[in-house]
Design a protein around this ligand. Structure first.
Ligand code: G3I
Length: 485
């Protein structure tokens, strides 16, 4: 399916599709999907929504039973594990085949999932002839710039309706020095400037997308002798921000597989790293989380110990307001890259994910859900801010006129820190409803967001910006023309 329908119409269509989606092989629902609070009794995705966060999984094929059975219930985000990489989209320079990637984008839209575009520039999985074409040119730097431009301008506009966040650059650093990796085609041909140019260009092509720099680490302790990559990453992000490069967020991959260089991080070390990144003003996501069971075989109950560690890592993210999303690198233990990717495959089976090979949730699933549920309180006060902002604007007469309520809605959602959650959402939702009504009927693009009764939805501002669709507060739904029914 091509992306030609405007999002608002497609969103409505998508929602209809969602209801009709044949969830073949759907595992028995763990807990009610749309359960009442508290989030700790909900399916994973509901806990995430109420926490004002995203929980996602890397997928390869949305037609597979595991994807269809778990994604709409347990995740509110997905990443294409391989399908959106340059070499997967174009096995040869300029020869694109979007079939797999379009299917994943369709699936994300049909299931209202936050789609992470992974990844535009990475040293691996490039078109087979890219390096040869660049190096055959009398001016490799100009040639590579031209090919990057062609790639970005082909792919980013195509997925503007489906992708909310792009891993613009993946793994830019040398693991052992913490400096820019100048072994890669991009690093050695263009130097650090390739990052600036790519982020700036993607932002031009899709101003609504959140742009992320994604990296993996073996040591998260900035003071550790092995912490050079973590330190180098913080310095790189700071340099980019200082140059005005639109890096909105960073992806901490959070792979904990074997073999690894150092021991597992403590909660304090991991959270300290996240807080340092938050301190330089970027959003943070755990983008490729997996934790090999092999780390815990000496424990009396290895699955429980694995769950505890998952809880610590996700808990660290949830404790940092800037950390908004957690994505596991796969759905279930029967399909993990760790079991087939040298040299990690030497430790197979690593059993690193939230579901076992029979698609049963492991203790780690519930530990992640509990960590998400613990977050909810953080966002009550933000939703309360939105309520106060409406009431004050109404009292001050600031909501008069055709544009004022729309502007208020967008500003208030931004000030509320992109999230609504918990008990305050009903009052906030009511204010958003009232802002919509103040716009009067037939006002297309009532700036609003999807705040569905019982569930806050993270990333509201990006929805407001990207969707401009009607307000949806449970039983009161506006349509694009602003008519409440
Ligand atoms: O598609 C071909 C298939 O046609 C062929 O028959 C088969 C056997 O050679 O290979 C298939 O390609 C494989 C591809 O995954 C798709 O399954 C590649 O060999 C294999 O190397 C590739 O591995 C991926 C790896 O990135 C590549 O570096 C993993 O699935 C993927 O999980 C992994 O993901 C990366 C992230 O993108 C970035 N962060 C690190 C993470 C782990 O390496």
């Amino acid at each position: 399916m091509r992306f030609c329908t405007p999002r608002p119409v497609r969103r409505g269509l998508a929602r209809g599709l969602l209801l009709l989606l044949p969830l073949a092989g759907r595992a028995e629902a763990l807990v009610p999907e749309d359960c009442a609070e508290p989030a700790s009794e909900c399916a994973l995705a509901e806990a995430a929504r109420q926490a004002g966060a995203f929980v996602g999984a890397a997928i390869s094929n949305p037609e597979l039973p595991a994807e269809r059975a778990t994604i709409p219930r347990d995740f509110n985000g997905i990443t294409a594990e391989n399908a959106m990489k340059w070499g997967s989209l174009a096995p040869a320079v300029g020869r694109y085949d979007f079939e797999r990637s379009d299917a994943i984008a369709d699936f994300a839209v049909a299931n209202d999932l936050r789609l992470r575009g992974h990844t535009l520039l990475w040293r691996d999985q490039l078109p087979a002839d890219l390096e040869a074409v660049v190096e055959a040119s009398p001016d490799p730097a100009s040639k590579l710039r031209q090919l990057i431009e062609e790639h970005l301008s082909t792919v980013v506009p195509r997925y503007r309706e489906a992708v909310s966040v792009w891993d613009v650059v993946n793994e830019p650093l040398d693991t052992f020095t913490g400096e820019l990796d100048r072994q890669t085609l991009f690093g050695r041909t263009l130097g650090e400037a390739y990052l600036d140019e790519a982020f700036r260009r993607v932002h031009e092509l899709d101003p609504d997308a959140q742009l992320v720099l994604n990296e993996f680490f073996f040591d998260y302790d900035l003071a550790s002798p092995l912490g050079q990559k973590a330190r180098g990453f913080v310095d790189l992000v700071q340099r980019l921000l200082d140059r005005g490069v639109p890096v909105h967020g960073v992806g901490v991959q959070a792979h904990f597989g074997l073999p690894a260089i150092g021991p597992l991080p403590t909660r304090a070390q991991f959270e300290g790293f996240l807080r340092t990144l938050a301190g330089i003003g970027v959003a943070i996501e755990l983008t490729e989380l997996d934790v090999s069971l092999k780390w815990f075989l000496g424990e009396p109950d290895p699955l429980a110990a694995q769950a505890d560690f998952y809880g610590e890592i996700v808990g660290a993210c949830m404790a940092v307001a800037a950390c908004t999303a957690v994505t596991t690198w796969g759905i279930d233990d029967s399909r993990t890259w760790l079991d087939s990717f040298p040299p990690f495959d030497l430790a197979a089976p690593q059993e690193p994910l939230l579901f076992d090979g029979s698609l049963e949730p492991k203790p780690a699933y519930f530990a992640v859900r509990d960590a998400l549920a613990a977050r909810e309180g953080v966002f009550h006060e933000r939703a309360a801010r939105l309520v106060t902002a409406f009431d004050e604007a109404l009292a001050a007469g600031d909501l008069k006129g055709r544009e004022a309520p729309l502007r208020w809605t967008r500003n208030a959602l931004g000030r509320a820190g992109l999230r609504l959650a918990g008990g305050h959402y009903r009052a906030a939702c009511d204010r958003l409803d009232r802002a919509g009504r103040l716009l009067g009927d037939r006002r297309p693009g009532v700036g609003s967001a999807q705040v569905v009764r019982g569930r806050g939805t993270a990333g509201l501002a990006e929805r407001v910006r990207a969707l401009g669709v009607a307000l949806d507060c449970g039983n009161r739904r506006f349509t694009e023309d602003g008519v409440a029914r």
